[in-house]
Design a protein. Structure first.
Length: 224
């Protein structure tokens, strides 16, 4: 369900467990997909991010005015969380019944954390440069230079990720939050010098992930 109005978090009428601030076709897609996979009730709060006057309630959670931002209900009331990797980790661990995380008993737990953080700290920054080089340099010549350098790094990162994927998902037959964080970046052709098909395991992961009913539903919302 999608609500555009602001929420009064002190109101007794607020009963949804999660509220996700998001914009279409952004890094919020992974959090959106995980909420769908988990099956917990949630509201979507469409949010304009490229504005001089962002929603003050949104800024309280995400001070850099970036999506996703998550409001969640706990034992002591409502709390907020930003950063896509943190939200993915939080949701997957908070709902172990959904099978979207590797537990502490799994010997691959360390690798799961490694790749989840890698996607945020190593892949995501260069993906962002492909879309918004103007955030670094105002003139187009410098923008092209930084995009070219970034794309060279991205190609190396995709090769590393391609080798790391067990198949069909990152850690075998079942998807985790890593796969949502990876696959919903890899659907953007701007992330590749040529095509995702250069990296067959990544391409297969994207295909498998985007065929999941929960992911299909959120992709429709995001305009795919």
């Amino acid at each position: 369900m999608c609500r555009k109005k602001k929420h009064d978090l002190s109101s007794p009428e607020v009963s949804h467990i999660y509220k996700l601030y998001l914009d279409k076709n952004t890094y919020a897609m992974a959090a959106h997909a995980l909420l769908e996979e988990i099956g917990a009730p949630f509201d979507l709060i469409p949010t304009e991010i490229f504005t001089d006057r962002p929603d003050p309630d949104f800024l309280k959670i995400s001070p850099n005015a970036r999506v996703p931002a998550l409001l969640y209900e706990g034992e002591t009331g409502w709390s907020g969380l930003c950063e896509s990797g943190a939200i993915a980790f939080f949701l997957a661990d908070r709902h172990p019944e959904a099978g979207l995380s590797l537990t502490n008993q799994d010997p691959r737990r360390g690798l799961y954390l490694q790749w989840l953080f890698y996607l945020s700290s190593t892949l995501q920054p260069d993906v962002l440069i492909q879309f918004h080089p103007e955030a670094l340099f105002p003139d187009q010549e410098r923008q092209k230079e930084i995009k070219d350098a970034s794309m060279a790094r991205l190609s190396a990162v995709w090769r590393i990720l391609n080798e790391a994927i067990e198949g069909p998902y990152m850690f075998g037959k079942q998807p985790t939050a890593c796969d949502h964080a990876l696959g919903l970046q890899a659907i953007w052709p701007e992330c590749f010098a040529n095509s995702v098909e250069e990296f067959p395991k990544v391409a297969k992961l994207v295909q498998n992930l985007t065929e999941r009913p929960a992911v299909k539903r959120i992709l429709t919302w995001h305009g795919y």
